[in-house]
Design a binder for this molecule. Structure first.
Ligand code: FES
Length: 127
């Protein structure tokens, strides 16, 4: 079964430091809070949360991406490690419910509308 995935860079350090857990990078803090949110979710099959070590957008921390086979890939940047969490969790439900990842713009949480760095089409499938 294909698995929708939320990648989160755990090495991201934001220059606009907010209140984060002591000693953790902002990216690790974002990852930890998303993990905690998914663990308390009612979703039977929550999105797969995967840590990554740098996505090449270090000057636009924090970074994350939603991806799945046959779906759009959403790359997000300049995410708050605290304020972005509820919207990322909400969008994970919307993304998983969509067959192609095309969650209507009007339905997207504010963070997703504001922090999209790029949207990539699905990879072409073999004939
Ligand atoms: S350290 Fe997070 S994108 Fe490079």
């Amino acid at each position: 079964m294909a698995q929708d995935t939320l990648l989160v860079c755990i090495l991201c350090r934001a220059s606009h430091t907010e209140e984060v857990q002591a000693g953790l990078s902002e990216g690790q803090s974002l990852f930890n809070q998303l993990q905690a949110g998914l663990e308390t979710s009612d979703e039977k099959y929550p999105i797969r949360l995967q840590p990554v070590r740098c996505m090449g957008a270090c000057d636009r921390a924090c970074t994350a991406a939603f991806m799945a086979p046959n779906k759009l890939t959403f790359i997000l940047s300049q995410l708050s490690p605290t304020d972005a969490v509820p919207d990322l969790l909400q969008f994970s439900h919307q993304y998983m419910a969509s067959s192609d990842g095309k969650v209507p713009y009007k339905d997207r949480p504010v963070t997703i509308k504001q922090k999209i760095h790029a949207v990539l089409p699905p990879l072409p499938t073999n004939p």
